[in-house]
Design a protein around this ligand. Structure first.
Ligand code: CP
Length: 312
């Protein structure tokens, strides 16, 4: 299949065929990370800039490792150490980066729409690595890859997303992605964390976590985004945990083959207890492993795929 996209901005702009093609490509890329020598010359001579304006462990490292496994050169720049602290705008900074001829710019930013804005002014490909409360498409792709790998197919699965839905870019990308791929998505969380009109994503709102978990094939827990001023949305962390935390007690009522996911970072003892995060149903670290494969696939496809490169 020809992959015609210049940028990776959101899940809404992907067709089912494009998502399937990315996941199939990621499945093939995954094997490279299992080799003793984890490097192929696919993107030799390409330059990838990692432009992160918000903290990140998984996403930044994963994009960096993915690029290096394909032999691209990577350069990281953070807002705090860039000339943006002297008043340069995001667009001017990006234009100056582009003047040095990178091939792909991976951007994380606190403002929803930042990646979209950059994609409109840059010739280089832009990958959205999380923009405010809007989208985190590579996270949704790695989540779909991981569920597909474990369950064989996404079609007909019941996916429960629980927690701070309103402020979660991961939730938005996953709601769009999983429903597009034929899964049934339920969301639950405190009423203050469920945005009005969320049904337009094709999801079902379930008021109580306790009512939702016995129906779910996959439970994706989200953290409370304290950096986005959420403390006024629930009385206390203890109360949140009592009503919306995934605990050993609640796990007594899940399906026996349920998968437990979390995009990270985890707040242990708040939205998920230690024994569940580290337990037999957890695929949290599989998500992280597959993140590298998905990001390798995105770099490969944006760079022209098989017509330009060789994965041997
Ligand atoms: N899942 C995720 O985006 O994690 P980081 O914030 O560590 O990148």
């Amino acid at each position: 299949m020809q992959f015609a996209k210049k940028d990776i901005l959101d899940m809404a702009s992907f067709s089912v065929e494009e998502i399937t093609h990315i996941l199939d490509t990621a499945d093939r890329m995954k094997e490279i990370s299992e080799r003793p020598v984890k490097k192929v010359p696919v993107l030799r001579g390409k330059t990838i800039v990692l432009f992160f304006h918000e903290p990140s462990t998984r996403t930044k490292l994963s994009f960096d490792i993915a690029a290096k496994r394909l032999s691209a050169d990577t350069i990281s720049i953070a807002a705090a150490s860039s000339s943006m602290v002297k008043g340069e705008t995001l667009i001017d900074t990006a234009r100056n980066i582009e003047a040095m001829r990178p091939d792909i710019l991976v951007v994380r930013h606190a403002s929803s729409g930042a990646a979209y804005q950059l994609s409109k002014v840059l010739k280089a490909s832009v990958i959205n690595a999380g923009d405010g409360m809007h989208e985190h498409p590579s996270q949704a792709l790695l989540d779909m890859m991981t569920v597909r790998e474990k369950k064989g197919s996404l079609k007909g699965l019941r996916i429960l997303i629980a927690g701070d839905i309103a402020r979660s870019r991961v939730a938005r990308s996953n709601m769009t992605g999983f429903t597009k791929m034929g899964a049934e998505v339920m969301v639950t969380g405190p009423p203050t964390m469920i945005p009005r009109g969320i049904e337009s994503y094709g999801v079902t709102v379930v008021d109580r976590l306790d009512d939702a978990i016995p129906q779910a094939d996959v439970i994706m827990m989200l953290r409370i985004q304290t950096e986005r001023k959420t403390s006024f949305l629930f009385p206390s962390e203890r109360e949140y945990s009592a009503v919306f935390g995934l605990t050993a007690e609640r796990m007594k009522r899940v399906k026996e083959d349920v998968l437990i996911m979390h995009p990270g970072p985890i707040n242990r003892g708040v939205e998920i207890s230690h024994e569940i995060a580290d337990g037999p149903h957890s695929i949290i670290l599989d998500q992280v492993t597959n993140g590298v494969a998905v990001r390798m696939a995105l770099f490969y496809l944006l760079s022209g795929g098989a017509k330009n490169v060789d994965t041997d």
